[in-house]
Design a protein around this ligand. Structure first.
Ligand SMILES: *Cc1c(COP(=O)(O)O)cnc(C)c1O
Length: 395
């Protein structure tokens, strides 16, 4: 399947690699009778992720989007509040802001690594906001800016130092969306260790999967208790059905946690493969006019969740279509959030770089199971598409 790489075998974008002890752990969970969210596997999964990332407390959730929703509630995002976030992201974090009644403020990405641009972020805070009565207020809307939500997009860490400095100086909560960046490091430290709260996803297309699950990590002990409370229907009593608040049923099942636990044993191996795949793409397009690979900043260790190229003057859209016509699952990069009809009414700053990246960006097959011959086929089509059909033997 993934590994075949024959002339017409379909090559998926990001298929899961289930090469570990998934069966063993799922069987153990079934045999134990603990199939819902109670039982040892959810706790073991939480402990494994917390230990790996290096954050003390973890609460597993049904998916990454639910973790982000709860993170908004922990951050105190209330109806009318604004949350600064990147425009170039998968839509889930923007939706999470909405679930809490908040309004996203979209900030542009940098042109090299496609992460939130700290200079443009600073520009918004310094020129469009005022400090009033102990709160940051967006002058144009009169709304309180409550938090900064960073997304380590495509597995590459955000340039966090300047972002954290802005957050500190303006008393903003920092939420990290690590759905694509488990194992990525910023100046040697894992993403997820920097914010007040960090959210992870274990969806089937992520670096490691649980089938479906998410996790919320935080160093704040009171936040972890609150997260557990909110994700279990805000249950106030061990056996009486009493609830002070509207809660959510956001806990994952043991069966999913069992899969996730098995996958965590292989996370470093999977990241190493993803990095090799990215390096092979980068080498193949090096010096090729009309194609550049999105690389890694000097201070970054990226998971390269999805290898991405920018198609220069060529249209990324045409490249995607050509690859897809050849059975290669390429995708354009996300529609920037400030252009998304679903995010009408949000606040947008100058997001011109993201608009160019949207026109040029192409995500390439990056499955851990991508075979050498399959990747050669992708590279051959890529080069042919830009009229640089170097014969395969010459590389
Ligand atoms: C996948 C993803 C999510 C959502 O995770 P789910 O588990 O699918 O709900 C959130 N943020 C980003 C950046 C993602 O890529």
């Amino acid at each position: 399947m993934t590994g075949a790489g024959g002339d017409d075998a379909f090559i998926p974008l990001a298929a899961p690699e289930l090469g570990g002890r998934e069966w063993e752990y799922v069987k153990e969970a079934l045999d134990s009778g603990w199939v819902s969210s109670a039982g040892p596997f959810v706790e073991r999964f939480e402990a494994a992720v917390a230990a790996y990332v290096g954050v003390e407390h973890a609460v597993a959730t049904v998916n990454g989007t639910a973790a982000l929703h709860v993170a908004m509630l922990l951050a105190g995002v209330s109806p009318g509040d604004e949350v600064i976030m990147p425009t170039l992201t998968f839509i889930a974090p923007a939706n999470a802001v909405r679930y809490a009644g908040g309004t996203p403020v979209f900030v542009d990405c940098d042109p090299m690594y496609l992460q939130i641009d700290p200079e443009k972020l600073a520009h918004f805070v310094e020129t469009s906001c005022v400090w009033r009565d102990g709160a940051l207020i967006n002058s144009a809307t009169g709304s309180r800016v409550r938090a900064i939500l960073v997304v380590h997009a495509l597995g590459h860490p955000v340039d966090l130092e300047p972002v954290l400095e802005i957050a500190r100086s303006r008393e903003l909560v920092v939420i990290e969306d690590c759905a694509e960046s488990i194992g990525a490091r910023y100046r040697g430290t894992m993403t997820g260790c920097f914010g007040d709260v960090a959210c992870f996803s274990f969806n089937g297309n992520k670096v490691v999967t649980a089938g479906g699950a998410g996790m919320l990590l935080t160093k704040h002990e009171d936040w972890v208790e609150r997260a557990r409370y909110l994700t279990t229907q805000a249950r106030d009593h061990a056996f009486e059905y009493v609830h002070e608040e509207v809660g959510y049923n956001y806990r994952p099942t043991s069966l999913n946690a069992a899969v996730g636990l098995a996958q965590m044993e292989l996370v470093d191996e999977y990241i190493a493969v993803k990095r090799r795949i990215a390096a092979a793409y980068a080498q193949a397009v090096d010096g090729v006019a009309g194609l550049s690979a999105v690389g890694e900043a000097p201070w970054a260790f990226s998971t390269f969740w999805l290898s991405t190229v920018l198609a220069g003057d060529a249209s990324g859209r045409a490249l995607v279509e050509r690859l897809r016509a050849h059975g290669i699952e390429a995708r354009p990069i996300w529609q920037p959030m400030h252009l998304s009809p679903a995010q009408r009414g949000a606040v947008a700053t100058d997001c011109s770089t993201a608009e160019r990246v949207y026109a040029e960006g192409v995500c390439l097959p990056s499955s851990v199971g991508l075979s050498g011959p399959a990747q050669e086929r992708v590279i051959g089509e890529l080069l042919a598409a830009v009229g640089s059909g170097r014969p395969l033997e010459a590389r």
